[in-house]
Design a protein around this ligand. Structure first.
Ligand code: NAD
Length: 331
């Protein structure tokens, strides 16, 4: 333990934290010796090593749980994160939950779809749970944060994927006006609901022990390329997604003081249940909008980027298009 304390006091990056083999209660500082003969289970726990000191690979041993180690504030890593995922019962949110859970994170799926939330969290196993949460209801949001914190200890990652995508014209062919309530509801869920989840999650993250570089948490928002290339019928949707793009930098600047990074992903056309009713012909034509590769994105493409954002601490205050260079036409 003393040696771990010594290691934590050392300047510079010290490598990532991950479970060793099947022993999820023990940790090793990852380096060239990760998983090799240099990483041994001993009576006192798992020995760890420093890949920057090849002549002295094994430099100590630490016994403790992932939670113990995470509390010591090493880094926010997919492997040790407690992740709150809104819209986690379906599509992109579920894709992120699956990948993060597979890497060792504890995931909380927050969604209004109770049946799918229960089913999907059950399928992910003991490290996952479901909480009913309408992101446009402040009481639900507060409860979801509390239900994540109490049993799991520390929310270090928020993936906010909950959203709706209505598509009425401002003036339809029969002369009917865009229902103002639809506009309000879209902004209430996609933008105001997102901000409410962000402020509550950031408040919880600010109480985390900081990692070596001062990081306490990572927030990943889901916008859309409709924030830039909104199509006919997308006035409300694009307004809500444009708001997310616009608040990304000020959020990152605002939360820098508490060590929380904020990154927004703007997906192109993704093959999720949102598109499940679409005929194959339409899906093919949508895939054709991509420059390369000419296919729809998948929840796992999204999840891959979520993990990359968590792992790269220089990503902050940025909006990343995930669209294979697609640019949407008017319709
Ligand atoms: N699929 C695409 O092509 C695409 C493209 C760009 C952006 N997006 C965005 O990605 C996000 C996820 O979409 P998806 O494609 O995975 O759709 P999806 O319908 O598969 O998933 C959205 C989830 O959000 C949940 N949800 C809806 N309203 C909610 C609320 N008020 N509170 C909590 N949960 C709520 C739904 O129950 C659902 O489980 C959305 O914000 C969407 O706008 C999707």
């Amino acid at each position: 333990m003393g040696q771990i304390a010594h290691l934590l006091e050392r300047p510079g990056p010290i490598g990532s934290v991950g479970p060793v083999g099947g022993i999820h209660d023990h940790l090793i500082l990852e380096g060239s010796c990760h998983g090799s003969e240099n990483a041994e289970t001993t009576e006192t726990g798992v020995e760890y090593c420093d890949h920057r000191s090849p002549s002295q690979h094994v430099i100590g041993a630490f016994t403790g749980t992932v939670a113990d180690f995470a509390k010591r504030g090493i880094l926010v890593r997919p492997e040790n994160a407690v992740a709150l995922i809104t819209g986690g019962a379906s599509g992109l949110g579920l894709g992120a939950a699956r990948r993060l859970s597979g890497l060792g994170a504890k995931v909380v799926l927050a969604d209004i779809n109770d049946a799918r939330g229960d089913e999907e969290s059950g399928a992910l196993g003991e490290s996952a749970r479901f909480v009913h949460c309408d992101v446009s209801d402040p009481a639900d949001v507060e409860a979801a944060i509390a239900e994540t914190l109490e049993p799991l200890g520390r929310t270090a990652l928020l993936v906010h994927a909950a959203g709706i995508a209505p598509a009425p014209r401002v003036v339809s062919r029969d002369g009917a006006l865009h229902d103002l309530e639809v506009f309000r509801q879209t902004v209430a869920i996609n933008l105001i609901g997102m901000f409410d989840v962000i402020r509550n999650a950031a408040g919880a993250m600010s109480a985390n022990d900081p990692g070596e570089g001062g990081e306490r948490g990572v927030i990943i928002n889901v916008a859309s390329i409709a924030a830039y290339d909104g199509q006919i019928g997308q006035a409300a949707y694009s307004a809500s997604k444009g708001g997310i793009v616009g608040m990304t930098l000020p959020l990152a600047r605002d939360l820098a003081g508490v060590g929380v990074r904020v990154v927004t992903i703007a997906p192109g056309i993704m093959d999720t249940p949102l598109l499940s009713g679409a005929p194959q012909e339409l899906k093919d034509s949508l895939a054709g909008l991509a420059a390369f590769p000419k296919r729809l994105g998948t929840p796992d493409d999204f999840a891959h980027l979520v993990v990359a954002v968590v792992e790269n601490e220089m990503l902050n205050g940025e909006v990343i298009r995930l669209d294979a260079a697609a640019r949407m036409p008017a319709k």
